[in-house]
Design a protein around this ligand. Structure first.
Ligand code: FAD
Length: 471
């Protein structure tokens, strides 16, 4: 008996419920990853994300080797390619479920094709500590506010990590021929996939890289996370978002890690705050699962009619990090150059785009997806809807003043100096209050502020007040 395990956003062989279950049935567990042209060709695909994905696959191939098996690569529509490969190998197919509308629709297609051909298949929830159906209000409804979600979610028992895949049986020579005929190819290079990533990503992709980040975070930053997580010049967060997006590290292992940290420092608030971030991730994924319309619309439907101004020139300046607001520009340049942006800065630039520039949050959401190494529909969409005040868990209307944010969270302007080098000769107080004279700006080659924050926020509030509250 042979089982094909179809990898998607679970690029690891450790702490994987589906792989573990497959291995309980048979030693012949073969991995497969299918490059889906529909995903690769999307106009919101970031080269840095494809780079990270490809490197993780190269690493995963080695891990499969060590487990005595192999990871096959396909590049085709999975609805045809997966059943074809399964049929050729006479194998069953296992995979982990997803929350995204496209993924669910694709899975249904594969599911149906496999059923028609009488191929055994099984699906599992793996990327979440709790599947969407496990967390509901007393009346069985999904939560749309985070705090009660967290209360419920944090009280539920969590499953321990699953053991690593090992001692598998390889394909025979004949089977290898068969899989090649069924479309298996060597792992394409980034260029062959049609992408190029000239920038830098400081962290090693793959399981070892993710585990190194976790170990580093566990040495000290996690214990001061509550105090330090908002300062973009400090390495105060885990930087595990890309690893989590692609499932390079298992969520149960991360939970176990937090439990170990709490054993070392019982009741440590910072560890609990970090657990809450993992819960935010699940909150948004549950939201996407229950309300697929979120992918394209505001959760608060009345905001679909909001009178965004959508000024193209403002948008271009925001994308390029040329708005004349130092903290906004620093953040956008960090994104453009590295494919990652600190969470505090994501909130600042999202507030600026929507509330100062009056641009539809979906424009920002798309630009983020086009550039983020960790770009993830649920987290990104959730973050943007939250920042634009159109989503689940609507806080009191929150408009970030970029200068106040910079003063609070980059008090030495260290982050700004790093990413906006033309301002390095300007004094800290001047930068933080953004009181740089037109003459100085001209001399430094740094733009005038494209809008006036005070004026724009008034304008936003006027438009916001026209929207009915209900719903
Ligand atoms: P840590 O602070 O170490 O947090 C640990 C993990 O928890 C993260 O890796 C992430 O998986 C999860 N997490 C943390 N905060 C959030 C959150 N607010 N929502 C959901 N999950 C969270 N995160 C993404 O993974 N992909 C995105 O595309 C994305 N887009 C965002 C867009 C906007 C406008 C905003 C405000 C936030 C967005 N986030 C996104 C959430 C957050 O900014 C990143 O997860 C975080 O900065 C990643 O850094 P880290 O791994 O060091 O996080």
């Amino acid at each position: 008996e042979c089982i094909l395990f179809w990898h998607r956003r679970d690029l690891r062989i450790e702490d994987s419920v589906g792989l573990h279950t497959a291995r309980l049935h048979t030693p012949k567990v073969i991995g497969v990853f299918c490059f889906d042209p529909q995903i690769l060709n999307r106009d919101d695909m970031a080269p840095v994300r494809v780079y990270y994905l490809r490197e993780c696959l190269a690493d995963l191939q080695q891990q499969y080797e060590q487990a005595g098996s192999e990871l096959l690569i396909l590049w085709a529509d999975p609805i045809q390619a997966i059943p074809r490969l399964a049929q050729a190998l006479q194998a069953g197919v296992y995979w982990h479920q997803d929350v995204e509308p496209y993924g669910r629709q694709r899975d249904q297609g594969v599911n149906q094709a496999l059923n028609e051909q009488g191929i055994v298949q099984r699906q599992f929830w793996d990327q979440l500590l709790h599947a969407p159906a496990e967390i509901a209000t007393k009346v069985g409804q999904p939560y749309t506010v985070f705090t009660p979600f967290w209360k419920n979610w944090s009280q539920q028992d969590k499953v321990a990590p699953y053991p690593k895949l090992e001692n598998c049986t390889k394909l025979t020579e004949i089977e290898r021929q068969v899989v090649q005929n069924a479309g298996a190819i060597p792992l394409p290079s980034l260029k062959e996939l049609g992408f190029d990533w000239p920038g830098q990503w400081d962290y090693q992709p793959g399981a070892e890289g993710a585990n190194n980040l976790l170990a580093e975070f566990g040495r000290s930053a996690i214990y001061s996370y509550q105090e330090q997580r908002n300062f973009p010049a400090i390495l105060g967060t885990s930087r595990l978002s890309a690893a989590l997006k692609f499932g390079v590290i298992g969520i149960r292992s991360l939970w176990q890690f937090t439990q170990d940290c709490l054993q070392n420092f019982p009741g440590n608030e910072s560890v609990i705050v970090w657990q809450q971030e993992l819960a935010w991730r699940e909150f948004y994924q549950h939201g996407m699962y229950h309300f697929p319309r979120l992918a394209t619309h505001s959760h608060r439907a009345q905001f679909d009619d909001f009178a965004w101004e959508n000024n193209q020139a403002y948008f271009q300046a925001w994308c390029a990090g040329e708005t004349g607001y130092p903290i906004v520009d620093a953040a956008m340049r960090q994104l453009n150059q590295t494919g990652w942006m600190h969470n505090r800065c994501r909130m600042i630039v999202a507030s600026f785009l929507t509330k100062d520039l009056l641009i539809d949050w979906r424009w920002g959401e798309r630009y983020f997806m086009q550039n983020l190494i960790d770009g993830d529909l649920s987290a990104n969409n959730g973050g943007w809807q939250w920042s634009a005040s159109v989503g689940m868990d609507p806080r009191p209307l929150r408009i970030f003043n970029p200068n106040t944010q910079a003063t609070k969270f980059d008090p030495e302007a260290e982050y700004i100096y790093t990413w906006v080098p033309e301002l390095r000769s300007v004094d800290v107080p001047q930068i933080l209050s953004n009181q740089i004279t037109p003459l100085e700006r001209q001399a430094l080659g740094y733009p005038e502020p494209i809008v006036n924050h005070q004026k724009q926020q008034q304008l936003f509030k006027q438009k916001y007040q026209l929207i009915p509250r209900a719903g």
